[in-house]
Design a protein around this ligand. Structure first.
Ligand code: ZN
Length: 68
C-alpha cells in the first residue's frame, strides 16, 4: 500500500494534469493556447495568462492548432 502511494505521487510529478494548467487566453477571440503555441507567442496585445479552467469559465475555446 505504501508503494502504491509512492507511485501515485511520482505520477503527479510527471503528469501536468496534476497542476493547475496555465494557458494563454486571447480576450478578443476567446481562444486559449498552450504557452508554447505559435499563436500564443504571436499574440502580444490581447492575450493574458491564466488558468485553463478560468479561460473556459470566461467562454474560451481551445485553439485548433495546439488544442489549448
Ligand atoms: Zn494555439
Amino acid at each position: 500500500m505504501k508503494n502504491f502511494l509512492i507511485i501515485i505521487m511520482s505520477l503527479c510529478v510527471i503528469l501536468p494534469a496534476c497542476y493547475a494548467e496555465t494557458v494563454v487566453y486571447n480576450v478578443k477571440t476567446h481562444k486559449y493556447h498552450k504557452p508554447g503555441c505559435t499563436w500564443a507567442i504571436k499574440c502580444t496585445v490581447n492575450c493574458i495568462k491564466l488558468e485553463k479552467k478560468e479561460a473556459v469559465s470566461r467562454g474560451g475555446v481551445p485553439c485548433k492548432v495546439c488544442g489549448g
